[in-house]
Design a binder for this molecule. Structure first.
Ligand SMILES: [Zn+2]
Length: 290
């Protein structure tokens, strides 16, 4: 069953409920006091997000090390923002968070970037089976008033910022904002993320030509370039990721600073990779301390 805003509000009616969940989640064995050196009974200090050791009085803050640390924004609003960003497939704008949560635009923007950090947690697992590899060009600054073509000219498709992505069919995707699409940049990313021997589908871009030598079963969608072409050699999945992300930039974010492209890409990649989970909100919440 879908986890709705109503469920969220009944699970977390107030900040005390949020904090209680946080304590239970972060300290499954109880809170260890750093002064006493052992697990001791702790008591919440009224009006503050702080607990105090019942033995020596030392304070401990359950939000330390999380994105909530030192924030004056109520935890209920943080949880609500995490809910919106984890479940809203098309992406959520800072304007929308501002409106729905009743915070300033600046606060909304800052919260969203903190939440994106949770979505960026590196994953060391290997992509395997059949993967699709592709690069694309985005124009993060030009959607506001005019089209990419007007700014970049007729050759707009091959200009702009470069994204490189690897998707495992039926699984997750990883995306990097890269400086060039040369083999020297793309090959290490493939070798670091894709299991040796995996089937790798690409287009005919020259950076992929050495994939068979690296131990991959390379299949390409363009005749005469790769090892061989088969009917199942397509890169539709990664292309879907690109078009979804580009729609988000265009329709939701409007304008993103070059320095934040990776953060926005991580957000989209995270949602794509977790799309099959029963509850996206909890999937993201359980990365709080990672
Ligand atoms: Zn103590």
């Amino acid at each position: 069953m879908k986890y709705t805003v109503k469920d969220l509000q009944s699970d977390f009616p107030d900040d005390a409920a949020c904090l209680q969940w946080l304590v239970e989640y972060l300290y499954p064995n109880g809170i260890t006091c750093k002064t006493c050196g052992e697990v001791t009974q702790h008591y919440k200090i009224a009006g503050r997000k702080v607990y105090s050791c019942g033995h020596c009085g030392r304070h401990v803050s359950p939000t330390a090390g999380t994105i909530f640390h030192k924030s004056h924004t109520p935890l209920t609003l943080w949880f609500h923002a995490i809910y919106l960003m984890s479940t809203n497939k098309a992406g959520t704008s800072a304007k929308q968070i501002e409106r729905e949560l009743g915070v300033t635009y600046k606060t909304a923007w800052r919260m969203m970037h903190q939440i994106r950090k949770m979505m960026a947690t590196p994953d060391d697992s290997l992509l395997a089976g059949e993967v699709e590899v592709d690069e694309t060009y985005i124009h993060p600054n030009v959607y506001k008033r005019s089209s990419a073509r007007r700014n970049y000219g007729r050759d707009a498709r091959r200009k702009g910022e470069i994204l490189f992505g690897i998707v495992q069919r039926g699984g997750g995707v990883r995306v990097w904002h890269v400086k060039t699409a040369g083999a020297r940049i793309l090959r290490p990313l493939i070798e670091a993320n894709v299991k040796y021997g995996a089937v790798v589908h690409t287009d005919g871009w020259q950076a992929y030509r050495t994939l068979p030598r690296l131990g991959y079963d390379h299949r390409t969608t363009e005749h005469g370039i790769g090892e061989y072409v088969t009917a199942d050699s397509y890169t539709q999945n990664i292309e879907n990721v690109w078009s979804h992300f580009k729609r988000g930039i265009k329709g939701v974010y409007r304008h993103i600073g070059k320095e934040y492209i990776q953060a926005y890409a991580n957000e989209y990649a995270w949602r794509y990779s977790n799309r099959k989970r029963a509850n996206m909100f909890w999937a993201l919440m359980c990365r709080l301390n990672k």
